[in-house]
Ligand binder design. Structure first.
Ligand code: ADP
Length: 287
């Protein structure tokens, strides 16, 4: 934790002026995409200049919601690193380091890794990034507890927290459909979500995200993407991470974004909600 403190204090001084320019009062704390897109365009203080501002953003959301997909696209668009603590945990697991066996058990039970371990992994990743000249970040999967949020708040200013939401019925299927190419690391999803409209609630369609032919035979499934473990992760999210949403909501930093469907419908609307829809590079921000 000391490392994270040292690191973020140092970089916080350079970046905090950016953070302050994101007046929290001008962030909409309760934005329902359907209302936002159909009524008035949002006026977040972002837009073109965001690219040069090295944003410090956080993605929240249940397992399977698509945090990784959208955080990675925004990271390409804005030129800041996408740092997913789940990836850091999986890298530690596959490295076979001293923590590996302890972490395997925790992850495969769908529980949270201790705050100390996560902060240690994150500190190391941030320091390595600084050494490479990185600045700004999009955090995905951190903070996941109130304590993590408090620690982060104690060391740096977060500009914006995007809380991705997806209809409950789709979350489990999305997790179970996740596939990773064991060779290139590409993320795919074989689930086809087709929720029919019923009793006044609208339908929703999310096409599968299928791999290109050269990845198709190399797909693997995450060991924690089984039905039992996903259900436990959803339960843990509601217990430990849901309060983090309120933590940021009460600080006026939370942007709620209800995904309307798959990437083709959701990506342009997310850009619109972030006031990035006129960004020059938006079309090339590939997943
Ligand atoms: P999810 O799809 O559930 O969002 P992630 O890839 O973000 O999964 O994380 C995988 C696992 O890594 C989690 O179930 C948890 O065990 C661990 N993990 C990731 N981030 C954190 C965190 N911030 N705090 C504690 N544990 C974490």
């Amino acid at each position: 934790m000391a490392v994270l403190n040292r690191f973020l204090r140092a970089r916080g001084s350079a970046i905090s002026s950016i953070s302050r320019s994101f007046s929290s009062s001008s962030l909409n704390s309760e934005i329902d995409l359907r209302a936002a897109s159909s009524v008035n365009p949002l006026s977040l203080p972002l837009g073109r200049e965001t690219k040069d501002k090295h944003v410090q953003w956080v993605f929240l959301g249940c397992p399977g919601v698509g945090k990784g997909t959208y955080a990675s696209r925004l990271s390409n668009l804005l030129g800041v690193p996408h740092i997913a603590t789940g990836d850091l945990v999986r890298e530690e697991l596959s490295s076979g380091g001293p923590l590996a066996s302890q972490l395997t058990e925790i992850v495969n039970q769908g529980k949270l890794v201790s705050d100390e371990i996560i902060i240690n992994l994150l500190s190391k990743r941030l320091e390595a990034g600084v050494a490479k000249g990185e600045s700004g970040f999009i955090l995905d999967g951190f903070p996941r507890t109130i304590r993590q949020a408090e620690i982060l708040e104690g060391v740096t200013d977060i500009d914006l927290v995007i809380n991705l939401k997806l209809r409950e019925e789709a979350l489990l299927a999305k997790c179970l459909g996740r596939r990773i190419c064991s060779e290139c690391g590409g993320n795919y999803n074989v689930a086809c979500i087709d929720i029919k409209s019923e009793n006044g609630s609208p339908g929703m369609y999310m096409a599968p995200l299928l791999p290109p032919p050269h990845c198709a035979s190399k797909l693997i499934t995450r060991s924690d993407d089984t039905e039992e473990v996903v259900k436990e992760r959803l339960r843990v999210y509601n217990e430990m991470s849901r309060p983090v949403e309120e933590f940021y909501r009460s600080r006026g930093k939370l942007l709620e974004f209800l995904l309307p469907g798959g990437i083709p419908e959701s990506w342009p609307k997310l850009l619109q909600a972030l006031n990035l829809d006129d960004h020059d590079d938006k079309k090339s921000a590939a997943a």
